[in-house]
Design a protein around this ligand. Structure first.
Ligand SMILES: *Cc1c(COP(=O)(O)O)cnc(C)c1O
Ligand code: SF4
Length: 335
């Protein structure tokens, strides 16, 4: 048994780190030695969707380089404020697919839970950057969600999403997992998270213990877009998860100026496998308002994927997909 004191000490450590995340564009620009001229537009864009980046992630960014692939994912830019036709607030039809408060049910047998609106990092391309989270991490909200899930007997896989489900405290998560475990028709548990990548200390021994349960076949889908996001600090936690029987997968978003080269994408797949993670999806950008400057044209995306296919073993080739509202699965992107 893990005693409450140990649990609290572990939680304290990552939650303290989380509380130290940077939210002020001026601080980011100073810490990374970036041109001051970036500040006015960063401030303007952050009004709509605030800046947020952990100290750990900050340490992976190359100082002094405004075009750094990791910086681009977190630095608010003036381009976000320019409306672009086709780029909308709810690009994948999440609101229409809300089966109940906080449950998004689009695909056969799988239900996705919006467990919280909080994230450790704000990714500028996030397709839920305008999502009306409201009280999504309240205890009442979780209870309503669980109640509803009990009635959805054709669902065998529950997907914890958000926001980032691992931004919930270990206690909240434990409550949620215990409640899920008591729902007989659930067989698989999946957690979609970027938290370990931006705050490796989040993979606490207690979290691993929670996920090691035999009750579910469990997978954790990380969200890594660039090989430099896979730091050595991440390795011990990932190996503990694997040793606990958790399947580690990755999904990336294809982003202009971040990972839109065959070399970077191949390197990413190899680095993932080196960390015990299998590439799962490579998503085309969802057309969310404020993210148009990240778009990679579909023909270029297909060419990049073909180049990856020519270089990588099949098991390291992610599926190139886009999400089309109303479809019964993610749609493969082909020539
Ligand atoms: C992407 C998504 C899933 C998971 O789809 P898989 O193809 O099983 O990875 C499930 N539910 C919703 C609402 C989704 O958007
Ligand atoms: S961690 Fe995920 S949900 Fe949170 S801002 Fe980034 S992409 Fe969006």
């Amino acid at each position: 048994m893990i005693t409450p004191t140990v649990l609290d000490a572990e939680s304290d450590r990552w939650q303290r780190e989380l509380a130290q995340a940077i939210g002020d564009p001026e601080a980011l620009i100073e810490l990374l030695d970036l041109p001051k001229a970036l500040l006015p537009e960063a401030r303007a864009a952050a009004r709509d969707f605030p800046l947020r980046v952990t100290r750990h992630y900050l340490g992976l960014i190359r100082p002094g380089d405004p075009d750094d692939a990791l910086l681009r994912q977190v630095l608010p830019l003036g381009a976000e404020c320019r409306p672009t036709p086709g780029y909308v607030n709810d690009p994948v039809g999440d609101l229409a697919a809300r089966a109940g408060s906080g449950i998004v049910h689009k695909y056969h047998g799988r239900a996705l839970l919006i467990t919280t609106g909080a994230c450790a990092i704000h990714c500028r391309y996030c397709f839920r950057r305008h999502y009306p989270y409201g009280e999504d991490n309240s205890i009442r909200h979780h209870e309503t969600m669980l109640q509803q899930l009990r009635g959805m007997t054709d669902v065998s896989e529950v997907i914890l999403s958000g926001g980032d489900p691992l931004s919930l405290s270990d206690r909240r998560l434990q409550r949620l997992l215990e409640a899920l475990a008591s729902i007989p028709h659930l067989e698989r548990l999946r957690i979609h998270t970027r938290l370990p990548v931006v705050l490796p200390e989040r993979i606490t021994p207690h979290l691993v213990k929670q996920l090691a349960t035999r009750r579910f076949a469990t997978s954790l889908v990380l969200h890594v877009n660039h090989p430099r996001e896979l730091s050595d600090a991440l390795r011990p936690g990932l190996w503990r998860l694997r040793a606990a029987g958790v399947t580690l997968l990755n999904q990336s978003v294809l982003l202009r100026g971040v990972n839109d080269s065959a070399e970077t994408l191949c390197h990413l797949s190899e680095a993932l496998f080196d960390h015990g993670i299998l590439p799962y999806y490579l998503h085309l950008l969802d057309p969310v308002a404020g993210a148009a400057h990240f778009e990679v044209a579909e023909t270029n995306a297909i060419a990049l994927h073909e180049a990856m296919r020519a270089r990588l073993p099949g098991y390291l080739l992610p599926r190139l997909v886009r999400e089309v509202p109303g479809d019964s699965a993610k749609r493969p992107v082909h020539r």
